[in-house]
Design a protein around this ligand. Structure first.
Ligand SMILES: O=C[C@H](O)COP(=O)(O)O
Length: 248
């Protein structure tokens, strides 16, 4: 089935109040491209000022804690990001799995917390280079997906992002055929988990997406959008990716 594309940015640990000027250009491009959904996940400190700067534009968080409140120093809950103006959060990004030791069970709990509050989750999965070289990419990705898949998931509230770890921030990307193969395996797993409801769930590709390669990666089989890191930091680099999504 044809799914509306989602072009999402992830600012990671980048950006400050001055950088919010970039959001105005990005939000304007989103308005000019009504055929594609556009969103940006920003550092927690920027959620409220970003939401105030571009009202109506979709702002998200990069991570959440599964609990609503409590003794979890330094963590941020779903009600907190919602009050600040976020409508979604990324969960299970490979940088958090690696930097913070997040497990599939942690990721699943975070996604379930978002769904419990009616918020959208972008759930990330992806293999390392060693796993790909060992021919295990598909098994690793579908295994992560099954183990971190939230109970109660429905198409409108969850997107999956396939991000090969070795492609993130490296300038390297899988071939279009490799992307299509993994996305096909993710789609088959979603159908197995959810039945027909899975057909509307979007599966994004992430990892060194740029203005130059966006059209081919976004046009690959079963790719319903992109999760973009470095190229989402400026309107000049991100708007062409939005336009590529809108053109498909
Ligand atoms: O969340 C975004 C991804 O990690 C991709 O980052 P990148 O576009 O800088 O490679």
């Amino acid at each position: 089935m044809a799914r509306r594309k989602l072009v999402a940015g992830n600012w990671k640990m980048n950006g400050d109040l001055a950088a919010l000027a970039e959001l105005e250009g990005i939000a304007a491009a989103a308005v000019a491209a009504p055929g594609v959904d556009v969103a940006i996940a920003v550092p927690a400190t920027l959620i409220a000022p970003a939401a105030a700067r571009v009202p109506g534009f979709t702002i998200g968080a990069e991570d959440v804690h599964p609990a609503d409140k409590g003794a979890h120093t330094g963590c941020i809950s779903v009600p907190m990001i919602r009050e600040a103006g976020a409508s979604f959060s990324i969960v299970g990004h490979s940088e958090r799995r690696a930097d913070c030791g997040e497990t599939d069970a942690d990721v699943r709990a975070k996604a379930e917390a978002l769904l419990r509050h009616g918020m959208h989750a972008i759930l990330c999965v992806g293999e390392t280079l060693a796993e790909r070289d060992a021919g295990q990419a598909q098994a690793v990705v579908t295994g992560q997906l099954r183990a971190s898949f939230p109970d109660g998931a429905a198409s409108g509230w969850l997107s999956i992002a396939y991000e090969p770890v070795w492609a993130i921030g490296t300038g390297r990307t899988p071939t279009v055929e490799d992307v299509a193969a993994i996305h096909g395996a993710i789609r088959a797993t979603l159908v197995d988990l959810l039945g027909d409801d899975a057909q509307a769930m979007r599966v994004l590709y992430g990892g060194s997406v740029t203005a130059e390669n966006a059209a081919s990666l976004l046009g690959a089989g079963d790719v319903d959008g992109a999760l973009v890191g470095g190229a989402s930091l400026t309107a000049a680099k991100f708007v062409p990716i939005i336009d590529a999504g809108a053109a498909l």
